[in-house]
Design a protein around this ligand. Structure first.
Ligand SMILES: Cc1cc2nc3c(=O)[nH]c(=O)nc-3n(C[C@H](O)[C@H](O)[C@H](O)COP(=O)(O)OP(=O)(O)OC[C@H]3O[C@@H](n4cnc5c(N)ncnc54)[C@H](O)[C@@H]3O)c2cc1C
Length: 399
């Protein structure tokens, strides 16, 4: 008789498992509490489904915090492998100007999902909707809440793919932590990542900066610097320029209650050159107009500079340049997890083997965002889920 594999949670990680597990060897079933697969995957596609990134593999893996747990899985199924796999599945991709990889124009996120679901079905994987996993029985069987009452299911292999805790409307609520805690498995409470960050802007400033972007900047927090762009909001700031600094910001917030970030408004201009530009210029413009012209500053940049400097400091070119290159902003908290793109927290990485098996529960595996790691936006989140899923499918197929 074939061994059984139960995949709990039908999101991104489950999609690749469903496509890749060998159903000649195993009877495979997916149990999903919603009435459809991969709601978060579809939400992810709202702003363009960023499936992975095209950057060099050696740089790619270093985007994860920590990265070591993912190294073997990523080597086994890298960004290049994922692109090939998607193409072979009939899903053509293209690389955007930022190096991000998307489905080819005309292929909508729902088309990607439908194609993967077709592949899962043609692989004879059974999908059980409206099956909410509600914990383990005393002998570690799985208990599900279903429309026809509670069900207890025994399975030779179990793969948990329950996702993180951001955007809970999609079904990924992270409300299962206690089921693992009860089994003495170390878990960490969920926190937002790739999220908005709270800055207590003065009210009068909000009126003039809300919705304004800061483009071509670099931002530093702790020992990490990232270049990109952010948007100023009434809450604080958000955007792809700040998301990769989430681990450092979260760390400082947890340790100090506040996080300091430093914005370089002109990363391509050295402090020396900036100072030369504003001190050597001989124009009939006012002091501020001259600075705006020489440093090519827009209205938002000058308003921000003025907001962090006293009037007398603003009249000092050296201080202007110091702030231009190192504008300090104080982050007082992370934004709500409900609006975050991803979360950290969940099952501690110390609880799993290299093959993603729970050390305390044999033949039970955990993959995807329910593990406690961090990844920035840019396709890194989905890539990690696909790499883990493919690696685990290959591992189980080879047993
Ligand atoms: C707004 C937004 C935009 C994003 N954009 C991108 C992007 O462009 N690129 C990128 O790489 N990533 C993006 N992401 C992140 C990416 O979607 C997730 O990292 C990825 O979906 C995680 O996959 P997963 O399989 O771990 O979990 P999920 O996809 O969250 O799937 C978990 C599944 O488990 C089910 N489930 C939960 N609890 C139970 C239970 N008790 N019983 C049964 N089923 C259960 C859920 O209903 C869900 O279907 C985005 C996320 C958001 C919110």
């Amino acid at each position: 008789m074939k061994k059984t594999i139960s995949i709990i949670g039908g999101g991104a990680s489950a999609l690749i498992l469903g496509c890749e597990l060998n159903t000649k060897k195993y009877t495979v079933s997916i149990f999903e509490k919603n009435t459809a697969l991969a709601r978060k995957f579809l939400v992810a596609g709202d702003g363009g489904l960023n499936l992975t990134h095209s950057e060099d593999e050696s740089k790619f893996i270093l985007r994860y915090t920590p990265y070591e747990f993912l190294e073997t899985a990523f080597k086994n199924f890298s960004n290049k492998d994922l692109i090939k796999w998607l193409n072979n599945t009939g899903l053509e991709t293209f690389v955007g100007t930022s190096g991000r990889v998307f489905p080819k124009k005309g292929i909508k996120p729902i088309d990607v999902l439908n194609r993967l679901e077709e592949k899962i079905k043609s692989n004879s994987v059974k999908i059980n909707f409206k099956h909410e996993w509600t914990g383990f029985s005393e002998n570690n069987e799985l208990i599900f809440k279903t429309p026809t009452g509670n069900k207890q299911i025994q399975s030779d292999v179990v793969i948990f793919c329950l996702g993180g805790a951001s955007w809970p409307v999609t079904g990924s609520k992270g409300d299962w932590l206690s089921f693992f805690k009860d089994k003495k498995i170390k878990t960490t409470p969920f926190e937002a990542s790739n999220c908005s960050l709270k800055i207590n802007w003065p009210q009068e400033l909000i009126k003039v900066i809300e919705g304004k972007p800061l483009k071509n900047i670099s931002i530093k927090c702790g020992n990490k610097i990232h270049a990109g762009e952010i948007v100023l909001t009434s809450f604080g700031i958000e955007g792809s320029g700040i998301y990769p600094l989430s681990p450092q910001i979260r760390d400082e917030l947890n340790k100090l209650g506040l996080a300091k970030i430093y914005i370089d408004l002109k990363p391509l201009l050295s402090s020396e050159d900036a100072l030369k530009k504003i001190t050597n210029s001989r124009s009939k413009l006012s002091y501020t107009e001259n600075i705006v012209k020489q440093l090519n500053l827009n209205k938002t940049q000058i308003i921000l500079l003025k907001s962090v400097m006293s009037k007398s400091d603003f009249l000092d070119p050296i201080k202007i340049v110091n702030n231009l290159k190192n504008l300090e902003l104080l982050i007082s908290s992370l934004g709500p997890i409900e609006d975050a793109i991803s979360s950290v927290g969940g099952i501690s990485l110390t609880e799993i083997s290299e093959d993603f098996e729970l050390k305390k529960l044999k033949n039970k595996f955990v993959i995807g965002e329910m593990l406690d790691y961090d990844a920035p936006t840019g396709g890194y989140l989905l890539q990690s889920c696909f790499s883990m899923g493919k690696y685990l499918a290959d591992h189980l197929n080879d047993l």
